[in-house]
Every structure is written in structure tokens, then in C-alpha cells.
Design a protein around this ligand. Structure first.
Ligand SMILES: *[C@@H]1O[C@H](CO)[C@@H](O)[C@H](O)[C@H]1NC(C)=O
Ligand SMILES: *[C@@H]1O[C@H](CO)[C@@H](O)[C@H](O)[C@H]1NC(C)=O
Ligand SMILES: *[C@@H]1O[C@H](CO)[C@@H](O)[C@H](O)[C@H]1NC(C)=O
Length: 408
């Protein structure tokens, strides 16, 4: 049989977009976001290298290029809270802090574009941002236009200082006005996270019709407890949000804290593996200027990122929790017949565990067998059939990530 014919038979998938149609986030967005690592540090006199300023974003854009992140697909350089003046100008337009962003956001967007990257910015659906800066309530149209004029490529709209009904009108309105600018702008909504906090079950299908990505749960903190809690929330999948994920619309478990202070290397392998399996946005919040080599290599693991960026955009799930062992899987690859799988040892007692599962139990059913790769060690593991067992050792609070390729 002719090779082209094989390719056609194999590919046959479709990427039907039912939600917001702005052509963006067809795979989970990748980039860098200042919040978790740099917070609302605005003291540029005392801490000029780390304060929220033009200089910080310029240096991160440079690092994205010179340390190779861009080449691996990291694209967005995103500003978070605390970038603006405390009040709008006399025309009601948002203005960047004049000391910390002396050349304004348009200049910064031009710089980031010159590096071949994209710029994201932060706003709030309510009267103020979480840090107390001007929010977009009553200014949705104006702010959407301002962001578009500046050349912004992504907007994260937070939900502080807003009622549930402000959110119900504000998030869709901002979506409409962003669309009306004519500039494709990736739209990140914090809407469901605030609903979950208020014990309201979000209408995820509706949210997906207005937003490209959305935060479901608490902010990530620089600790293993925080990452584990977020993973449990995603494993529980209450409200069935996993089923809504697809190209153009993804759940967002928040930033990668790989390369920060709080996680051991093993714990970093867990966050990377699970975020890839969840088809989560891969937004690094760490200092790219002094990243440990092992963390950089993990952030730049090519096959792991291929799992994250699979074109089907299927959100994986936790399929087994057995004491300290968890198994997570994601359908992907040709006809979604390939599978990424992660074995986690979430035990903190120091004991490595030997895991052994029959391959069919992980949803691997093709009788001809699969080529299996040990993704974190970047080496071939073996050929396994559904009746074979996969036996591996998983170290405490670490992941073993596999990719089973079905060669059709
Ligand atoms: C605006 O929405 C329309 C209809 O969904 C879509 O076709 C178009 O590409 C959108 N434009 C932008 C800039 O997002
Ligand atoms: C307000 O808008 C007017 C008319 O577009 C413009 O001439 C003026 O410079 C603006 N003022 C500020 C502070 O941007
Ligand atoms: C997940 O579900 C379990 C069992 O219902 C519950 O105890 C736990 O609190 C939930 N965790 C999160 C983060 O939602």
C-alpha cells in the first residue's frame, strides 16, 4: 500500500471547535507569566531586577529566546497584576505605571513581537484588580480597544471586586468587545474559579463559548501541597469540565512552578507530566535568568511537550488511585489511539514503589502492540501488547511518564 494512503487512513480526525472561534489556543498555550514568582513586587528602588516593570518582561522575552524556550514552543510573555497606574487618564484609558513602564505597553508589545513572541496582559472583570488597580467594569469596550491598539495578544481577566452577576455579564461582554477589535486575542477567564469558590457549579459549555482558557480552581502556590490539591481537584472532575476541553478551549490548573523554590525535582516531574496529560496551558512562572539546568531540561523535554500539545486536545484523567500510587492517562496521537500514561508515587515516606499494571488496564487495546518510550529519561522502553505488564519503579513524590505509540 502506498504510504500516502496509509497517512490518510490514519489521520482522519477533525478538530471541531464548538466554543469561542478566534482561531487561537488550538493547542494549550505555552509561555511565561509573572504572577506566582514575582507577585505584586512594585519596589523597583529596592529590587530593580525583580519588580513588575518593563525591564522584567524585556529580560524574560530575551531569556525565552536565548535559553531555547521559544524554540520548544513557549510563546507568550504575560504581564499579571500591578502593571498600571492607580487611576485611568482623563479620557478613562488605562495607563501603565509611568515609572516602571516608562515607554508604555505598546513599546513593550513591539519589543516582544520583535523577539518573535506574543504579549499578554492582565485585567479584572470587576471595579478593581485583586491588587487594587483599576478594573474593567464599565470599561470593557474601552479596555478591549486599548489592549488591541497596544498590540496585546492575550488577556487574562481576573474576578476580584465583582459580584456573580457582574461576572455573568462582564465575561461575555469582554469576549464580544475583544472580538470586535478585529485583533485575535487569546482570552483567559477566571470566572469558574470564583464560582467554584462560591460553591456554584459552573456551566463550562457556556464558559467555553466565551473564553479560550479558564481557571477552575485556586491559585497555585510554590509548594507540593498546593500542586497535589490542584491535581486532586482535576482528578475529581466535578462538574465534568474535562469533557469540555478541546482545541480552542482548555481548563487551566494555573502556572508551572517548575524551577522555583518549593518543589523537589521529582515533584517537578509530577507537575510537568500531569499538566501535559491534562492538556493544560504551560505557563512558566519562574525566573528564567537563573533556572537550574535540570528544571530547564524538564521544561524543554520534547516528547513531554508533544504530549501536552497533541492536536486532539483531549484532557487526560486519573484512572487509578491505589494508596500512594496514581495512574493518569491521556488519549492522543493518530486517531487518539496512542496513549500517554503517568505513574505517580505521591507517598512522602521515602519508599520507592514497584508498579505493575497490565497494559490493557491503561486502555491500551491494540493487539499488535505499542512502542513505549520512557519520556522523562528520553529513551525507548520496549514493545508492549495489551496482555503484557508494564513494571517500573517510581520514587517518592515523583512521576514515571510513558508514551505508548500505536503504529497504524
Ligand atoms: C470574531 O467572531 C467571529 C464569529 O465567531 C469569528 O469568525 C472571527 O474570527 C472573530 N474574530 C476575532 C478577531 O476574534
Ligand atoms: C483624550 O482624547 C483626546 C481626543 O482623542 C486627545 O486629544 C487627548 O490627547 C486625550 N488625552 C489623554 C490624556 O490621552
Ligand atoms: C476530591 O474528592 C474527594 C472525595 O470526594 C474529596 O475528599 C476531596 O476534598 C476532593 N478534593 C478536591 C481538591 O476537590
Amino acid at each position: 500500500m502506498n504510504i500516502y494512503l496509509i497517512a490518510l487512513v490514519c489521520i482522519g480526525g477533525s478538530t471541531l471547535i464548538l466554543g469561542l472561534d478566534n482561531g487561537l489556543a488550538l493547542t494549550p498555550p505555552m509561555g511565561w507569566l509573572s504572577w506566582e514568582r514575582f507577585r505584586c513586587n512594585i519596589d523597583c528602588k529596592k529590587d530593580p531586577k525583580n519588580c513588575i516593570s518593563e525591564n522584567l518582561y524585556v529580560e524574560m522575552a530575551d531569556m525565552m529566546v536565548f535559553k531555547g524556550y521559544k524554540q520548544y514552543g513557549y510563546q507568550y510573555v504575560n504581564i499579571d497584576d500591578c502593571w498600571s497606574e492607580m487611576s485611568r487618564d482623563s479620557n478613562g484609558t488605562l495607563v501603565a505605571d509611568r515609572e516602571r513602564f516608562p515607554r508604555g505597553i505598546k513599546w513593550l508589545a513591539d519589543y516582544v513581537h520583535f523577539r518573535g513572541l506574543k504579549l499578554g496582559i492582565y485585567g479584572d472583570v470587576g471595579i478593581k484588580t485583586c491588587g487594587g488597580y483599576p478594573g474593567s467594569l464599565n470599561y470593557y469596550q474601552k479596555d478591549a480597544q486599548t489592549f488591541a491598539e497596544w498590540g496585546v495578544d492575550m488577556v487574562k481577566l481576573d474576578g476580584c471586586y465583582a459580584s456573580m452577576s457582574d461576572m455573568a455579564t462582564g465575561y461575555p461582554q469582554m469576549s464580544y468587545y475583544l472580538n470586535q477589535t478585529g485583533r485575535p486575542i487569546l482570552y483567559s477567564c477566571s470566572w469558574p474559579a470564583y464560582q467554584v469558590e462560591a460553591r456554584i457549579v459552573p456551566d463550562y459549555k457556556k464558559i467555553a463559548s466565551y473564553c479560550n482558557i479558564w481557571r477552575n480552581y485556586k491559585d497555585v502556590q510554590d509548594s507540593w501541597d498546593s500542586v497535589e490539591d490542584i491535581m486532586d481537584f482535576y482528578a475529581n472532575n466535578s462538574g465534568h469540565f474535562a469533557e469540555v476541553a478541546r482545541p480552542g478551549q482548555f481548563n487551566d490548573p494555573d502556572m508551572l512552578i517548575v524551577g522555583d523554590y518549593g518543589l523537589s525535582y521529582g515533584q517537578q516531574t509530577i507537575q510537568m507530566s500531569i499538566w501535559a496529560i491534562l492538556a493544560a496551558p504551560m505557563m512558566i512562572s519562574a525566573d528564567l535568568r537563573n533556572m537550574k539546568e535540570e528544571s530547564k531540561d524538564l521544561l524543554q523535554n520534547e516528547m513531554l511537550l508533544r504530549i501536552s500539545q497533541d492536536m486532539y486536545g483531549i484532557q487526560g484523567k486519573r484512572i487509578i488511585k491505589d494508596g500512594n500510587v496514581e495512574v493518569w492517562t491521556k488519549q492522543m496521537g493518530i486517531n487518539a489511539k496512542a496513549v500517554a500514561f503517568a505513574f505517580l508515587n505521591v507517598g512522602t515516606d521515602g519508599t520507592p514503589v514497584e508498579v505493575s499494571y497490565q497494559f490493557s488496564r491503561l486502555g491500551l487495546t491494540e493487539a499488535e502492540g505499542y512502542n513505549v518510550t520512557n519520556v522523562l529519561e528520553e529513551k525507548f522502553f520496549g514493545v508492549l501488547r495489551p496482555t503484557d505488564y508494564v513494571n517500573v519503579t517510581v520514587y517518592p513524590t515523583s512521576a514515571w511518564l510513558g508514551y505508548a505509540d500505536f503504529d497504524c
